[in-house]
Design a protein around this ligand. Structure first.
Ligand SMILES: [Zn+2]
Length: 60
């Protein structure tokens, strides 16, 4: 299954263990953390839990 990173658009490849999964995955490209929920190999929901951009804002 591939998940489009909401932060940078990178396609994050996850294995079969994530076909039925609720939790966080990490984008290898930008290190954003996404909260995903999947069922039967289909993505039900994905939202950004943490992004590099957001952390940069917090440090201002
Ligand atoms: Zn990313």
């Amino acid at each position: 299954m591939k998940i489009n990173c909401l932060s940078c658009g990178h396609k994050v490849e996850v294995d079969d263990a994530y076909d039925d999964y609720a939790g966080q995955i990490k984008c290898y490209a930008c290190h954003a953390i996404m909260e995903i929920k999947s069922e039967d190999g289909k993505l039900k929901s994905v939202k950004l839990a943490w992004s590099v951009d957001r952390q940069a804002d917090a440090e201002k």
